[in-house]
Design a protein around this ligand. Sequence first.
Ligand code: ATP
Ligand code: MG
Length: 320
Amino acid sequence: MTTCIIEDVRMIIEVSDVVKKYNKLDVLKGVNLSIREGEIFGLLGPNGAGKSTLMNTILGLLRFNSGSVKILGKDFSTHATEIKRKIGYVPQEIAIFETLNAIDNVTYWGRLYGLRGNELAQMVKKALEFTGLWDRRKSKVSTFSGGMKRRLNIACAIVHKPRVLFMDEPTVGVDPQSRNHILESIRIMNKEGTTVIYTTHYMEEIEAICDRVAIMDFGQIIALGTIDELIADHIHEQCLRLELTANTAEAVKVIESFDGVLSFSVNKEILEIKLDKDDSCIPRILEQLIKQHFNIKFMAVEKPDLETVFLQLTGKKLRD
Ligand SMILES: Nc1ncnc2c1ncn2[C@@H]1O[C@H](COP(=O)(O)OP(=O)(O)OP(=O)(O)O)[C@@H](O)[C@H]1O
Ligand SMILES: [Mg+2]
């Protein structure tokens, strides 16, 4: 008898071969992406990679040239109203009315999402409390700080308790306290059942909240997985840094003979030794140096992280 294992994970978003062109510029070059219900999914990429375009395409805000997009198993072209009521969107550019107060801004969005009466009032209160703005609900938005405006932008997007929440760089320009508040709110919403698609240039945010990450560059997804999977798949070396009190050139002769040492260089008296993934040679190198009476002043092993993967794949730093 053969056993068939069926993956019991529902795809809440399915993007297939999506191409988007601006004049002759291919901004999305055949993107394929599946997002699972209940996850916090990070979208990372350098400026101009196509993150916002992809998000706007999924959201039905932008027409695309070919391919297909499904949210909750349905197509925007035939189920726009139904889908819109179940999704929330925090745009990269803050989209709130400066001349209104906070409560009127959130109420406006609540109405657009179809809420009315007592339910509307309750949901508006909840969204403002959730984003820490209830006490300032009567203040005009023009008096708000950048962080407060970002939080209000989020309150407007979550007032109807969406099943899927799209957030395009929601923490740009906010102070650390507001940032932590936003990240914590995302975690809570996710625990309560909201799937989140999140773009950012901050690796720490991805590490703090995301279950899986896609790295985009030049309109394509070039890597996808959990952070651990991305590191395992794309990084094949690590760096050991050593500073000795003297005789660096002599130490090089000892180190170069070890299996696992790929290359090394001396930078301002610090030995930078590139090792393959298997770091079992590190204790043996240290043991040998000590045995031969070299004095080690400083030692550090640089473990690869998401930034290393990003740099390796795109040739750019996350915040170039
Ligand atoms: N309305 C437009 N007309 C022409 N080109 C556009 C338009 N909007 C975006 N682009 C181009 O599409 C590409 C992708 O832009 P997009 O805003 O999606 O990038 P992004 O990854 O979100 O970048 P960022 O990190 O800066 O927000 C860029 O080359 C951009 O110049
Ligand atoms: Mg963008």
